[in-house]
Design a protein around this ligand. Structure first.
Ligand code: NAP
Ligand code: ZN
Length: 352
């Protein structure tokens, strides 16, 4: 349990699917390598909705969601090296890992072979303290799991980079998005719109695959050169055998075989979207073109900093709708209807 605790305010769900309400929580006073952060903004990821609804079957309540955190360092532990009071920083989806396994040593803490600790809806490595996320005024995090926000990137537009940004940057880098590569992004939501901007800045040719034509103009203005809507009769045919890489961000069950048909020989479809249902794939969706179906989760801390620096250099931030904290339940409803252009970001100072 927390030995020396400080009290702070947060929004939490008390049980699966319950509306979020204000509560008081405790954070640890910074230990030697910790920083205390005054949270300014927190993005609203579809994973927050999945977890509050217990879609993935491992929810811990009361739950304070939020893993797209930006803010200002307000206190540092005695051995903190990278940060000082006043620095602009961010925290993403994880706050700890074993730091000793091969993945952690490779800077891939998100694939920790022992246990990484999620920013919320998890238990610290002490096996007893629940983690609480960024829908709150302050958070204490080990400096290893804190990233620096480049000067020039506003903290509100930068917040979604900490999950939506890194979750799409990492597979784009891993599978070599760049000049000469045809990349398609399925689903133009929080993750999808970041994937479009990042892939475009990497030099790839980007196509958006959405359900309707509603987001076409937005997609083109973000840098896509083409746009397919699966509801349009001829668009599936238009998309056939075209892409080297598909980043699939779909958040609920959809027909994966339909998207696989759009890959060309040796193409890869990477699932980052995480619906709770199984997604059946027919063997003949893969075999005749030597295709691969892959998955990817967030990114390590080294890559997270690289992504932020890349965004600073290319002036990439999220397209956001800033909301006050008390609009959070409404924003969850709107996310479930894909009614977001393209990320809700909570103004934490709106909390009293
Ligand atoms: P979001 O903003 O709600 O966007 C999801 C998009 O998926 C929607 O805008 C919609 O795009 C499309 N979509 C939803 N249901 C669909 C369906 N039945 N068929 C086809 N398309 C559908 O959500 P997000 O925050 O980007 O998150 C997307 C998913 O990624 C969630 O499942 C989330 O949990 C997951 N995620 C995974 C990681 C990871 O590490 N792998 C990290 C963060 C989030 P259109 O309106 O354009 O059709
Ligand atoms: Zn997320």
């Amino acid at each position: 349990m927390l030995k020396t605790a400080l009290k702070t305010r947060a929004f939490a769900a008390a049980a699966p699917g319950e509306p979020l309400k204000e509560i008081e929580i405790e954070r640890r006073e910074p230990g030697a390598t910790d920083v205390l952060i005054d949270i300014k903004f927190c993005g609203v990821c579809h994973s927050d909705v999945h977890q509050v609804h217990d879609d993935w079957g491992r929810a811990i309540f009361p739950m304070v969601p939020g893993h797209e955190i930006t803010g200002i360092v307000s206190k540092v532990g005695t051995q903190v090296k990278k940060y000082k009071v006043g620095d602009r920083v961010g925290v993403g989806c994880m706050v700890d890992s074993c730091k000793e396994c091969a993945s952690c040593k490779d800077g891939l803490e998100q694939y920790c072979e022992n246990r990484m600790v999620l920013t919320y809806n998890d238990i610290e490595l002490d096996n007893e303290t629940p983690t609480r996320g960024g829908y709150s005024k302050q958070i204490t995090v080990d400096e290893r799991f804190v990233a620096r926000i480049p000067d020039g990137l506003p903290l509100d537009k930068a917040a979604p980079l900490l999950c939506a940004g890194i979750t799409t940057f990492s597979p784009l880098m891993h599978w070599g998005a760049g000049p000469g590569k045809a990349v398609a992004v399925v689903g133009l939501g929080g993750l999808g719109h970041m994937a479009v901007k990042l892939a475009k800045a990497m030099g790839a040719d980007v196509t958006v695959i959405s359900r309707s034509l509603a987001k076409k103009d937005d997609a083109l203005s973000m840098g896509a050169t083409d746009y397919l809507a699966t509801a349009e009769a001829d668009h599936l045919e238009k998309g056939k055998n075209r892409f080297d890489l598909i980043i699939n961000t779909v958040s609920s069950a959809a027909d994966m075989n339909m998207y696989m048909a759009m890959l060309r020989r040796d193409g890869v479809m990477v699932l980052v979207g995480a619906p709770s249902e199984a997604l059946p794939v027919h063997p003949f969706s893969l075999i005749p073109k030597r295709l691969s179906l892959a998955g990817s989760t967030i990114g390590g801390m080294k890559e997270t900093q690289e992504m932020l620096d890349f965004c600073g250099k290319h002036d990439i931030g999220a397209e956001i709708e800033v909301i006050p904290m008390d609009k959070i339940n409404e924003s969850f409803e709107r996310l479930l209807k894909s009614d977001v252009r393209y990320r809700f970001v909570i103004d934490i100072e709106s909390m009293k």
